[in-house]
Design a binder for this molecule. Sequence first.
Ligand SMILES: [Zn+2]
Length: 394
Amino acid sequence: MPTEATFFLAGLFIVAAATGWAFARYSFMDRDPPPGPPVNADYLRGLNLVLNRQTDEALELFVRMAKVDDDTLETHFALGHLFRRRGEVDRAIRVHQNLLARPNLSDAQRDQALFSLAQDYLGAGLFDRAEKMFSELRGSATLGKAALENLVDIYERESDWAKAIEAHRELEVATGEKSTQVAHYYCELAERARISGDLDRARQHLKSSVRSETGAFRGTLIRAAIAKEEEDYAQALRLYERVLESDQRLMVEVLPELVACYEATNRRAELERYFESLIAEGGTIKQNLAYAIILNGLTEPPILRRCVEDFVLHNEVLTSLVDAEHIRSLSDEDREAEIVRISSGLRQLALASARYRCTTCGYSSQRLVWHCPSCKAWETIKPIQAFQLERAIA
Ligand SMILES: [Zn+2]
């Protein structure tokens, strides 16, 4: 955003450049008569124009300035940066294009100008041009890493996962650091192939995803979905149960799939036993299970209804809202109807509030997303997995 401070900052840059230049020139005068004028008049005029907010005139002056040398180059970069920061991308592009067109730039200076121009294009939403320039800088000794990071950002925005993998591999070589991202790119490709019906291709991507370690959790979920689609319910069940073993917080997503797989194979008794063993684990599992049952509106098998009833009659906050004693005294049929009524209210409440939150930036969402749209981190969005009753009471 344009601020007084940015104007003064630019002014200071220019003053610094002009005084540095003048100082060098006067020191030179002590020893020998100067060949040119004692002060760079263009810079002082430029400073005056920027301070008077006559940015168009200042821009013209800097672009026309005949000589760009080591002393004045930084000032040009500062001015370009200032324009981009103020959202005046067209002006930033003119400054940087002008710099790039200068002969006699060193390799490092040329890379810097190219990088700045690529950033301008990125800021203007011209991804194709930005990508082309950042690609040119892949091998740059000073800016190669930053260019690759920008390329990864562009490919993620464009959902071009194959190119994102390639750029990230290069980045891994450059930095020697591994990350969770590549596995997620393969998961994205696998998910895309699965949805288009190419299950073999999806499996192939998942294999690559495993090779790149992390993100295995998401890979297991996709594998389970593929198995279910192929009616290999035994395999699907194994995979869904494995997901819950590693993170019960995905209960909301997994529970309806689990029930569907057991039902498809007519293994209801086994399903009951599975839930009994889960509940017997203790801890927060009972509450997580109740939350997932209520949110998915599940009523079968009966153990699920019992789980919800137990939750409603024992939850600390809920019991201050409902007359648990009265509900307990009702006939089986009436009690069940009352529990259904309360759980449908709880479901409405949960669906109306945020159900997932990014642990890095706090971004909240109604559905599970693996790539935070706010802070761009992967796998940081986690289910909240609790009814926000306190807020409802307030
Ligand atoms: Zn985030």
